[in-house]
Write a protein that binds this ligand. Structure first.
Ligand code: PMP
Length: 400
């Protein structure tokens, strides 16, 4: 039979990136294409101990249905974790546990977006957010970014012009941009939220993955200093990039009214995030292992990021422009076309695959007006030697 799908699916299509991923099975390929953390860095022993502790201490709770808002001890641990990240005044009742931060984004879409509503995102932004918000019928408007994150003057003009339902930002080590919003601009965003009575969504899965120095405080932490901004702020966090994405533990901090609606929608969706995963995460955080885990992953990603940016400068020189990231998993780059070299990300990706190296072209990360010369390279899962070799292959693909 011909299945008649819901109209909302008319707005979304499978991404070009998925098509590219099909080619990654080629033997010997070096992949800078993924967005995953390195599974070799997972603290398996620590997580095993947390699983055992959860089953020993409260087998009933860990294996039973649970509250939609989340498992109490985990909400407490997450509030304490947020305090270590500078947001000292978040009470456990002000956050709900979500099935990855991806679910928080879905709940935000579900509770706030009616078909035709306008939402401002960064250009470029996280692809799954674009798809998710489009599924709810949002009209997405891209705000330009530079090395210091979203350009706040342009953002304010767009807010005035479009009166969006909300603004979605990844202020710290963005995916795919790698960019970090400066401290001045963070304050400007919060002041703007108050001035224009606009809701801001801060998506922050990467903030802990800094290399040399911590990033400026999150919008959530800073909101304590900007009167009226907290009630206009939603913050999404995740253990995926720092501990394990397979646990599917994320969280959402939002004004009470919104949190209540999101909880109601979550109830109809998955009832609650896996209690087993939540109890495991709670015991892991309570064990005190997190600071050491963070120190380890930061160091490894810093080494890889450094190896990649150094190799790119050496091998591709003026043909590729990029800002070395200060954290996160990605280098966002732009083909300059210098010396008549190729300046199309899609074509470069195709040639690169032939040379045995993969990355993701940048165009799909734009909700509108794509810059086709851009690309995203992830250094997260590739060892330093293979990074250097992969970049040499990129040179061959681009410059021959
Ligand atoms: N937001 C951003 C910016 C991301 O890059 C990701 C994962 N790639 C997510 C949200 C979702 O992560 P998770 O659902 O695993 O927490």
């Amino acid at each position: 039979m011909t299945i008649s799908f819901a109209q909302r699916l008319d707005h979304v299509e499978t991404s070009a990136i998925r098509e590219l991923f099909k080619l990654l099975g080629k033997p010997g390929i070096i992949s800078f294409a993924g967005g995953f953390p390195d599974s070799a860095l997972f603290d398996v022993a620590g997580i095993r101990a947390a699983v055992n502790a959860a089953l020993d201490a409260e087998p009933g709770a860990a294996l039973q249905y649970g509250a939609t808002e989340g498992y109490g001890p985990l909400r407490e641990q997450l509030a304490a974790f947020m305090a270590t990240k500078g947001a000292r005044d978040v009470a456990p009742e002000q956050l709900i546990v979500t099935t990855g931060s991806q679910q928080a984004l879905d709940l935000i879409g579900k509770t706030l977006i009616s078909p035709g509503d306008k939402v401002i995102v960064e250009g470029p932004t996280f692809l799954a957010t674009i798809q998710c918000f489009r599924l709810y019928g949002a009209e997405l408007i891209s705000a330009p970014i530079d090395r210091d994150g979203v350009q706040t003057d342009a953002l304010e003009r767009l807010i005035e012009q479009h009166r969006p339902k909300f603004v979605y930002l990844i202020p710290t080590f963005g995916n795919p941009s790698g960019a970090t919003l400066s401290a001045e601009r963070r304050r400007a965003v919060l002041e703007m939220a108050v001035r224009h009575d606009t809701l801001i969504v801060e998506d922050d899965p990467y903030g802990e993955l800094y290399f040399d120095a911590p990033p400026p405080p999150s919008l959530l932490a800073l909101s304590a200093e900007v009167p009226g901004s907290r009630e206009r702020l939603v913050h999404c966090g995740s253990l995926s990039k720092v501990l394990s994405p397979g646990l599917r533990v994320g969280w959402m901090i939002a004004p009470p009214e919104l949190l209540a609606k999101a909880t109601m929608c979550k109830q109809f969706s998955d009832a609650h995030t896996s209690t087993f995963a939540q109890a495991t995460a709670a015991h892991y955080l309570a064990s005190g292992a997190m600071p050491q885990t963070l120190a380890r992953v930061r160091q490894v990603y810093a080494e890889r990021a450094h190896a990649m940016t150094e190799a790119l400068q050496l091998e591709l020189g003026a043909a590729l422009a990029f800002v070395p990231p200060r954290g996160g998993l990605f280098v966002w780059a732009r083909l300059t076309g210098a010396g008549g070299a190729l300046a199309d990300g899609d074509e470069f990706a195709r040639r690169a695959i032939e040379r045995g190296v993969a990355f993701v072209p940048g165009a799909p990360f734009y909700a509108s007006q794509p810059d086709r010369a851009t690309l995203r390279l992830s250094f997260a899962t590739v060892g330093v030697d293979r990074i250097v070799e992969g970049v040499q292959r990129l040179r061959l693909a681009l410059l021959g």
